[in-house]
Design a protein around this ligand. Structure first.
Ligand code: PHE
Length: 451
């Protein structure tokens, strides 16, 4: 089965595609999660392991996903069944759609916080802290307030739905064309501000000087898992975005651009956060609250802090939106291609369902804090299943599928449809067939042994 691409839509320009795919990759993963897990795992050495995972595993899988997407012109479920009809491989596609549901459900909650903190930066209520404990109390009070937090969560989801409902080139592409350049500009401005604070260099050193004694098995697992999350891999987001590509575009160079974009933004985010944290004499190990508790304290105590806060949280919001859009698009494309729904209906109905699924995640910081599943609150439980299991498994199966089932020859032929010769095809094939499956399997074995 092949979809009628005219009614599905296409990216209008190559740049639009690259910005949209970068918009998917660059998100809370880069600006919120990457700095705090780096902070918790010793800084520079963790950054290095992460970069190795990106180059060795992230790049090849992203190319595999784009290739599958463009070849089939379909959502992940359609893509696997178009290439291997009637086989159990379609299950990998379903896993991806389910991961999209789950990730967006909790992602939308944090996305809502980013909108709230942007609004609260304008009213100056998040730049009024003399000590991190005050910012901490504010954060706990805000996230614990079911009405307010749910309202912002709703707002975030509604924006995603409106953009996705408008379609590929008129909705997603236009939004990303505007939002992504704004993101880079804001980050660079903030980095300069942060690096020129007195005492900033200590943070730079923590961030960039590797201390190899800090590299544990757990840190490696985390780095690998985060490489998937940050590049939006393992759940078919890049299959879906690849499916809106016209035949002539070069997949290899687009892959390279997106990976580079994502990595540069993560590294920049670290250069915004760590110098500021150290300049204020704070600890980099605050965890998930690093951005929401530590940074407002930093902003409260520096010149031009209110403006920095507005810039920072708008940026977080922009990054979260362009990723949330891609998560929703995976689910919406599935309902359009496989079940024949209209785009509008799929966006609104599924956006609503995902919002509802996310409400208990949002309440995990307040009224549902005591409600535990496998020892975790609802938010962490959903995050754990999706990010630590579904994504790496999805990535591994995608690599095996392209490397062994569809075959490197056919995949290479698809890459070369742009007219270029893909010289690294042999390396690509080797990585997809051996390196990725073995690495991911090792991660699961190590995880299993640890537990
Ligand atoms: N890559 C996004 C981020 O870093 C999250 C994401 C994961 C988006 C999977 C789409 C698919 O925030």
């Amino acid at each position: 089965m092949s979809a009628d691409n005219k009614s599905r839509g296409f990216w209008a320009t190559r740049m639009g595609f690259i910005l949209a795919a970068s918009g998917s990759a660059v998100g809370l993963g880069n600006i919120w999660k990457f700095p705090y897990i780096t902070g918790e795992n010793g800084g520079g050495a963790f950054v290095l392991v992460y970069l190795i995972c990106i180059a060795l595993i992230g790049l090849p899988i992203m190319l595999a996903e784009f290739t599958l997407g463009r070849k089939s012109g379909l959502n992940p479920v359609g893509a696997f069944s178009a290439i291997k009809p009637g086989s159990p491989w379609v299950g990998v596609g379903f896993m991806g759609v389910i991961a999209g549901f789950l990730i967006l459900s909790f992602y939308g909650v944090v996305g809502g916080w980013s909108i709230a903190y942007t609004v609260k930066s304008f009213t100056l209520s998040v730049v009024d802290f003399s000590h991190p404990s005050e910012a901490g109390n504010f954060f706990v009070e805000f996230t614990g307030n079911p009405v307010e937090a749910t309202f912002y969560h709703f707002l975030f989801m509604a924006i995603c739905v409106v953009i996705v409902a408008r379609g590929i080139d008129r909705g997603i592409e236009r939004a990303c064309n505007l939002l992504m350049p704004a993101l880079i500009l804001f980050l660079v401005v903030l980095m300069v501000r942060s690096l020129t604070l007195p005492g900033a260099m200590e943070g730079v050193e923590f961030y960039l000087r590797p201390d190899f004694s800090k590299i544990t098995a757990e840190a490696i697992l985390l780095a690998l898992g985060h490489a998937f999350f940050s590049l939006s891999l393992g759940m078919g987001a890049m299959i879906t975005y690849g499916s809106y590509l016209k035949q002539g575009e070069s997949l290899a160079s687009a892959t390279f651009a997106v990976v580079l974009f994502d990595t540069v933004i993560a590294l920049l985010a670290g250069l915004v956060i760590f110098p500021a944290v150290f300049a204020m004499g704070l600890e980099p190990t605050a965890g998930p609250s690093l951005v929401f508790m530590v940074l407002p304290t930093v902003f409260s105590n520096m010149p031009l802090g209110a403006i920095a806060s507005i810039i920072f949280f708008s940026l977080l919001m922009i990054a979260a939106l362009t990723s949330g859009i891609s998560l929703l698009e995976v689910v919406v494309a599935f309902f359009i291609d496989q079940l024949g729904w209209s785009r509008k209906k799929a966006a609104w109905v599924m956006g609503g369902v995902i919002f509802a699924l996310g409400v208990p995640s949002g309440l995990s910081f307040g009224v549902m804090a005591e409600y535990k599943l496998a020892g975790m609150n609802f938010f962490d439980f959903v995050d754990n299943i999706a990010s630590n299991y579904l994504l790496p498994l999805g990535g591994m199966f995608t690599a095996i599928f392209v490397g062994w089932v569809w075959g490197i020859k056919s995949a290479k032929a698809e890459v070369e449809k742009s007219g270029e010769t893909f010289r690294l095809a042999a390396v690509w094939g080797f990585i997809l067939r051996y390196v990725t499956p073995v690495c991911v399997a090792l991660v699961f074995v190590a995880k299993f042994l640890q537990e």
